[in-house]
Design a protein around this ligand. Structure first.
Ligand code: SF4
Length: 188
């Protein structure tokens, strides 16, 4: 249906999201027959984990922009092509990861895009620094980030309470072990 397709959708008056979708396909046979899906291609050293693929915003953004353009889709896919030199090449060069974001995730992502856009506009228009820190999804950072599971849950609108209890402890690097040092100033 389209290759390098440029699309635009409005978040609010004066604020648009633009996307150039690698390709948009309507499956005509197989288990996905009838489904319209945007695809994104990535060259990568190593394959991303499914969690990493999900937290990346690109395919989700494509889906939302397509929906706003009255195209009936709720899932897409990430095609990964590895470029590293490998001894065993068979089955290790290409991977396709389907991505089906929930409606909540799409809503949260679009709100974060909007907050980022407003923050940029605010910084550009004066000294007023916004107090909100939207997540900045960068491939390398997310893959090794300790908060990846929590980040995905939060984007889906789920409670992160259990993850916090199981995976994290309160950071106390200093206070419980802190003792005033007594320095004898007479001897140095
Ligand atoms: S908190 Fe971690 S997983 Fe979430 S967007 Fe930032 S780097 Fe990625």
């Amino acid at each position: 249906m389209g290759v390098e397709q440029k699309l635009k959708a409005s978040i609010e008056p004066g604020l648009d999201i633009a996307a150039t979708v690698d390709f948009i396909i309507k499956h005509t046979k197989g288990p996905l027959a009838g489904q319209i899906m945007p695809y994104d291609h990535k060259f990568t050293n190593n394959f991303w984990s499914p969690e990493m693929a999900l937290v990346n915003t690109q395919v989700s953004k494509y889906i939302w922009v397509l929906q706003q353009n009255n195209i009936d889709t709720n899932s897409g896919a990430l095609n990964q092509i590895r470029y590293r030199k490998m001894d065993r090449v068979k089955n290790e060069v290409f991977r396709r990861t389907p991505i089906t974001p929930s409606d909540t995730r799409l809503k949260n992502l679009v709100e974060e895009f909007a907050k980022t856009a407003r923050e940029i506009a605010s910084i550009k228009s004066g000294p007023n620094v916004a107090d909100y820190q939207p997540r900045k999804v960068l491939n390398a950072n997310c893959e090794y980030c300790s908060f990846l599971t929590m980040c995905n849950a939060q984007l889906d609108g789920e409670s992160t309470e259990i993850i916090e209890k199981v995976k994290f402890v309160t950071n106390d690097p200093y206070l419980s072990t802190y003792k005033e040092l007594e320095v004898d100033v007479t001897t140095g």
